[in-house]
Design a binder for this molecule. Structure first.
Ligand code: AQP
Length: 335
């Protein structure tokens, strides 16, 4: 046994294909998907099934899914270290979600703040999927025996629900699921909108100035940062009540690798008119190599198709094992 290689732990996460992937997604989550590949086997997904909880134009959904797939590879998903698939290609996700739904109290789902917020916004389409979405997320995670789940702060509550579901099922049937831990960065876990720094940067924001898409041109990036909402003071310091400046300092600090006190010092005595374009420049420089790699990958659709098909197969194999284990515990007759 001493010579037996130890199985690497698993890092799982997903991103919705509901719009342009933005800097908040990158700094809060994707950056850690990539970093964790050093220690963990990654299992990552474009979660297109989650995206349809709000109405999507079919052509845009298809395009956004493929763009997101290429973009995540351009961001650093290493296909030798991670399985990276499109969620709707792997049937076990929907199958396990049904089973887990039968172990999730209605009241627990009703407490999810994202459901409350989204249903308040989209009153014309409060569908059952929007309500049960966290169960599908639990299924995504638990299918791969994930040890860690790198996400932004907004997913903390959903992850807690996944853990509760796993613990409940384990409590009934014994050791069925690995209980996952959230991996939320201390800095960058909640990047705020540039148009309203009291709200998180989100794909679903209608204001085009709110988010920096990873594929925005330098010109657009500069314009968005120059018009970023700050405050009426003139001090570039990280302090409670200075949401806009705090957000810009956070972004600058992560993309340059300098810590926040160093960034404060660098801009000490300067005005916002100097600081905001400097953040824009730093972000544009940071994104340039990702954009270049994206163009190469997205330009070769045949290769992309081959990659996502192969990866769907690998994901189906892994998730199929867990699904069989669960079905067996529940008492379903083997197929
Ligand atoms: N602003 C953010 N700061 C840090 N992390 C964030 N994440 C999302 N927004 C921020 C993290 O990114 C991963 C993918 O999340 P998502 O696909 O749900 O992206 P979104 O931008 O939140 O998308 P939507 O469609 O606009 O959803 P809502 O309206 O729900 O916010 C996750 O790990 C998330 O934590």
């Amino acid at each position: 046994m001493a010579n037996q290689p130890q199985k690497r732990k698993i890092s799982f996460s997903g991103i919705q294909a509901s719009g342009d992937i933005h800097l908040g997604n990158y700094l809060g989550a994707i950056k850690n998907w990539v970093a964790l590949q050093e220690q963990y086997s990654g299992v990552y997904s474009i979660v297109d099934m989650h995206a349809i909880t709000v109405r999507q134009d079919p052509k845009s959904l298809r395009d956004n899914t493929l763009r997101a797939y290429a973009l995540m590879i351009a961001c650093g998903i290493d296909l030798n270290k991670s399985i990276f698939f499109i969620q709707s290609h792997v049937p076990a996700h929907a199958e396990l979600a049904w089973a887990l739904g039968c172990y999730t109290p209605f009241g627990e789902l009703g407490r999810m703040t994202q459901f409350k917020d989204k249903s308040a916004k989209g009153e014309d389409n409060i569908n059952a999927g929007l309500f049960t979405y966290p169960i599908l997320m639990a299924s995504d995670i638990l299918l791969y025996d994930a040890d860690v789940v790198p996400v932004g702060e907004d997913q903390k509550q959903h992850l807690e629900l996944s853990r509760n579901i796993a613990l409940r099922v384990n409590g009934i049937y014994g050791n069925v699921f690995k209980v996952p831990e959230a991996f939320i960065p201390k800095v960058g876990g909640r990047i705020m909108s540039l148009a309203d720094p009291t709200k998180k940067m989100a794909k679903s924001d209608d204001n085009p100035k709110a988010a920096i898409a990873l594929l925005d041109t330098k010109d657009v990036i500069m314009k968005k940062f120059k018009s970023a909402v700050t405050d009426s003071e003139a001090e570039i310091v990280y302090r409670e009540g200075k949401d806009g400046i705090n957000n810009l300092l956070t972004i600058y600090s992560i993309v340059t690798g300098k810590d926040i006190p160093a960034a404060e010092k660098e801009f000490s005595g300067m005005g916002y008119g100097v600081f905001k374009p400097a953040v824009g420049e730093a972000v544009a420089d940071f994104l340039a190599p990702i954009q270049k790699r994206f163009d190469e990958l997205y330009g070769d659709k045949a290769q992309l198709e081959q990659i996502y098909r192969e990866n769907a197969q690998k994901a189906a194999e892994e998730s199929g094992k867990t699904l069989r284990r669960v079905y067996d515990k529940i008492g379903f007759v083997p197929r």
